[in-house]
Design a protein around this ligand. Sequence first.
Ligand SMILES: C[S@@+](CC[C@H](N)C(=O)[O-])C[C@H]1O[C@@H](n2cnc3c(N)ncnc32)[C@H](O)[C@@H]1O
Length: 244
Amino acid sequence: MCDNVMYDENWASTYDHYTRIRGRIDEVDDAVAFLDHYCNGGNALELGVGGGRVAVPLSERGARVDGIDNSDSMLRVLAKRSDNVKAWKADIANFSSEQRYNLVYCVYNTFTLLFTREAQLACLRSAAAALDDEGTLVIEIDVPDLDGFVHGQRASTVLLDHENTILIAEVHESLKQNVVSTLLWFSATSVRRLPHNIRYVYHQELDTMAEYAGLELGERWEDWARGAFSGSSKRHISVYRRRR
Ligand SMILES: C[S@@+](CC[C@H](N)C(=O)[O-])C[C@H]1O[C@@H](n2cnc3c(N)ncnc32)[C@H](O)[C@@H]1O
């Protein structure tokens, strides 16, 4: 079984297009309004800041936004987009910051890119240590979707139009809660192979890990518009604070 994958040049050059296809550009305004509420004119740290899809518009609302990413390619995309966000190269599983933040956040399933339970726990500990006393940690992840796996394998279509065919091939390792996948993107002029490995977590496990890290759940929503989280929700946005 493979391990964490790094976002390379292939990912960085297709990321904006891919997130647009996935509807993640359309919801940026809602995400930023949600996050800004906890930042409240103060400062924020994004874990896995990538090209700044969320961090840049958040900074444009007046927040001081820093970011961490372990991909040089993604950090270059961010640097080209804006110099409002101060970002540095580090592993979100194990980072420290002299600065304390009103808001630390990790969106778009980035938390599940940490491939082991230990790495996920370490990330929550690092995040808790980076919060100021009244600070808030926001994590956005999908509810695990294991429908359609047969003998631990699944192949599905993300997009099929006159220009693109995007397929995902996935292998599930249930003992470790890992799904190792490759996205195959065929377009008129190229085929790209984009690896994507995760360790999925259910919301209750996330709460337990957060408690180990000294945090407690404050709120949980199913989307950025604060829809109620329920058994049919496809993702959750969980808001944690330091345990008192
Ligand atoms: C799904 S993208 C999200 C990017 C951005 N947060 C957004 O919402 O568009 C995940 C990002 O996390 C970064 N990343 C993945 N694992 C990481 C790790 N262990 N440490 C730091 N960054 C990581 C990747 O390089 C990538 O930029």
